[in-house]
Structures are given as structure tokens and as C-alpha cells.
Design a binder for this molecule. Structure first.
Ligand code: FEO
Length: 401
């Protein structure tokens, strides 16, 4: 691409602060686990101070040509510091090329981050410099302050604050996997959903740390929040309020119902329970585990009060897809309060026990399960009505909406 076209794609955030990252419209999977239905972006930021030039976060190795093209189009001949806010390869995979291109550049990061980068073979000891919490570096006419923020999902993350321009760079924190031509979150409804899903997929297990980070940055004057995935926020309160809600202890009047059915018995029971819950004023999100998006299931778990897993019995136990959903929920550690299991069996098995023991990380109160022998009969439907009554009553006790 010629220089003028590249220059048109580089966006200025404030004087001397530019977005120079890459949009990955076509990526559809992250960590060989997380679906990316809307792609993602790797946001990289160039800050040109009167004395020093800094790059905040790099891009995935697959997009290094884009980042390099942006820097060359801008005529950047020297970079003094590359700030690695987090070592994961989607932000650091291109470091080797950058360090070759800019031989004077030092990589700045937390001790944990630098250790990981060296472990991954991306940098060598002579090219790194550790930064501490609250440390500042001068770029001449402006300065950067570092905030150590471990366990956004890895132990290494830092945020970077550019006080003179009131910009907070947050790497994964507050971001979204959303490929977009919008630099800023102009359609907040779209970004809300993508950011909630992203929070669920990687940050929800670290909710208490997320709350600490929110408290830490609460008093920083901010015009812009600049994460390293997805659109930036020119209205920081939008994403901060959303995170405060998701990371709080509050749950919502919702049941998440992932299920799998082989010969319709479990499906009939799921349909009956869903209707029974709706008629009692309880919201439901139902997921057929043979055809679902794991990110949507994760997002639904962010604030639902209850999860009910539906499974038939196969090979003397729970269906593997139902077990996988339970293992996923256990790993994501949502704030779910209540749970139950519904399903069917023909001649016995350990379905109930397997699902229950797969959820040790969640502090759950279990309602009695409803398990039909063969096709569901009148007594099973009465059991489902009883379960719906109990769920609705517990949700009412919590005074949740
Ligand atoms: Fe976007 Fe944890 O890397």
C-alpha cells in the first residue's frame, strides 16, 4: 500500500498521540478456544514527546507488516521505548521485528512481563528495563506513569497513564474483541455487548482484582481510555460503569440453561422449564450445546443468578457436551448463586454426581434436580414446576430485576 493510503488509516487521538495498530477483521478464534465472531484489533499507540518517542503495545505477529508499514509511513526513525503492557503474544508477537527495526529501543514492562517475554524468546535481557508501580518516565514535554495491575488475566499487566493528555492505556482491561472502522465506541450498544463478552471470557475469573483495578483508576482524570483491543472510549464512564456492574456482587433475575438432548426427553423438559420460568417472571437464556457460541454462553453467565444444566445420560454419565459446559463455567467463576440439573436416564449412571463435582469453584446452592426415567411424565413436569417455583422465590428474595 502506498504511503498516502497508509497515512489515511493512522488516526490521531491527541496531538502527538496516534493509533498505529492493526484491525484483524478475519480472525475467528483466540487461544484455540474463544470464538471471535466480530474479529478483533491489536491497538498500538505511538506517542511522540519533545525528547522521546514511545510505542505502547505492539501487535500480533501475523500483523507485524501493518504496524511496520504505519511506523515507516510516519517516518519514525527512532523509538526509545516500547512499553509492553502485557506479554501475551497478540501484543508482543511482533517485538522481535520491532527491536531489529529500532536498535535503540528498550522494552519497558513489569518484572513478570519481562520474564515472560524472555521465556517466549521475544526479547533478550539487554533490551529490557523493568518499571515499578507509580514510576514515571519523561518524554520531554510530557510523561508516562505506570500502574502495576496484575491479574487482568495474566500476572504481568500494567496500565500507562499520559497525564498531560488525560489518556489511560489499559491493554486487555476494558477492551473488546471487535474489529471496527470506528476509532471510538460510537455505537455503545454494540461495544457494550462485545466488551461484556470479552470481560466474561478472560477477566471474570479475576473479579476481585478487577474491582481493585477499578478503584485504583477511579480518581484519574480521563478524557480517553485506550485499550489494546476494540474501540477506544471518549466517554470513559460508559465502560467504567459497565465494569463496575459486571464485577459487582449483584446478580440479575436470569437463568442460564445450557443443555443437550439425544432423544428429545431432555429437550422437552428444557422447553417446559423455560416456559415455567418465564410465566413466573424469570428471564431465561437457553443454549443448545450442539450448536452454540461459547462466548455467548460466557457472557450470559456474567450476571445471571442461576444456572440449570440439562443433560441426558450416556455411557453411564453426563453427556460430554454438558460436562464441558460445566467445566467452562467452573473455570470462568461467575457470581452465579444457584444451580440445578435436569435431564433423563434409561438405566442409571453418575450424571448428577459428575456435573456437581465439575463446579467446585462456584459458591452454589443447588436446588433438587429433576431427572426423568425415559420420556418425562406427569411427576417430572410437577418436579419442573417445583424447580421453577423455587428459583422464582429465591430470585424474589434477592430483590433483583
Ligand atoms: Fe490481548 Fe491477554 O492479550
Amino acid at each position: 500500500m502506498d504511503k498516502d493510503k497508509i497515512m489515511a488509516l493512522i488516526r490521531e487521538i491527541k496531538p502527538g498521540v496516534k493509533w498505529v495498530g492493526a484491525i484483524d477483521w478475519d480472525r475467528r478464534l483466540f487461544d484455540a478456544l474463544i470464538p471471535l465472531p466480530e474479529g478483533t484489533s491489536y491497538n498500538s499507540y505511538l506517542i511522540q514527546g519533545s525528547e522521546k518517542t514511545v510505542l505502547i503495545d505492539a501487535v500480533d505477529e501475523s500483523m507485524v507488516d501493518v504496524l511496520q508499514g504505519n511506523l515507516l509511513a510516519l517516518g519514525i526513525k527512532r523509538i526509545d521505548y516500547i512499553i509492553a503492557q502485557h506479554a501475551e503474544q497478540d501484543h508482543s508477537g511482533s517485538l522481535k521485528r520491532l527491536l531489529d527495526l529500532y536498535p535503540d529501543a528498550k522494552v519497558l514492562g513489569s518484572a513478570r512481563c519481562l520474564d515472560l517475554l524472555m521465556l517466549f524468546g521475544l526479547v533478550s535481557q539487554d533490551r529490557v528495563k523493568e518499571v515499578k508501580d507509580d514510576e514515571k518516565i519523561s518524554l520531554g514535554d510530557r510523561s508516562l506513569q505506570f500502574i502495576i495491575a496484575p491479574w487482568v488475566h495474566w500476572p504481568d499487566t500494567i496500565f500507562t497513564y499520559l497525564a498531560e493528555e488525560r489518556i489511560l492505556f489499559t491493554c486487555d482491561f476494558l477492551g473488546s474483541h471487535l474489529a471496527s472502522s470506528d476509532l471510538y465506541a460510537s455505537d455503545e450498544a454494540v461495544v457494550y455487548r462485545a466488551a461484556k463478552r470479552y470481560y466474561a471470557e478472560i477477566m471474570m475469573p479475576f473479579r476481585q482484582n478487577i474491582n481493585r483495578h477499578l478503584a485504583r483508576i477511579a480518581d484519574l482524570p480521563m478524557d480517553v481510555i485506550a485499550p489494546s483491543h476494540g474501540p477506544l472510549y471518549a466517554r470513559p464512564e460508559f465502560i467504567l460503569d459497565a465494569y463496575r456492574d459486571w464485577a459487582s456482587d449483584r446478580v440479575k433475575n436470569q437463568v442460564v440453561l445450557p443443555y443437550v438432548s439425544m432423544h428429545e426427553s431432555t429437550r422437552i423438559m428444557v422447553g417446559y422449564l423455560v416456559d415455567a420460568l418465564i410465566s413466573r417472571g424469570v428471564g431465561v437464556r437457553q443454549f443448545d450445546l450442539t450448536n452454540y457460541d461459547a462466548g455467548e454462553l460466557a457472557e450470559s453467565l456474567v450476571d445471571a443468578a442461576t444456572v440449570v444444566i440439562g443433560t441426558p445420560t450416556i455411557l453411564a454419565g453426563a453427556h460430554p457436551l454438558a460436562l464441558y459446559a460445566a467445566i467452562l463455567a467452573n473455570a470462568l467463576r461467575p457470581k452465579t448463586r444457584y444451580a440445578s440439573i435436569i435431564g433423563s436416564f434409561g438405566w442409571g449412571g453418575k450424571m448428577l454426581e459428575q456435573i456437581t463435582v465439575a463446579l467446585p469453584n462456584l459458591k452454589l446452592q443447588f436446588f433438587d434436580p429433576v431427572v426423568a426415567k425415559g420420556h418425562p411424565k406427569e411427576a417430572d413436569f410437577q418436579g419442573l414446576d417445583r424447580l421453577a417455583d423455587e428459583i422464582a422465590a429465591k430470585h424474589r428474595e434477592l430483590k433483583i430485576a
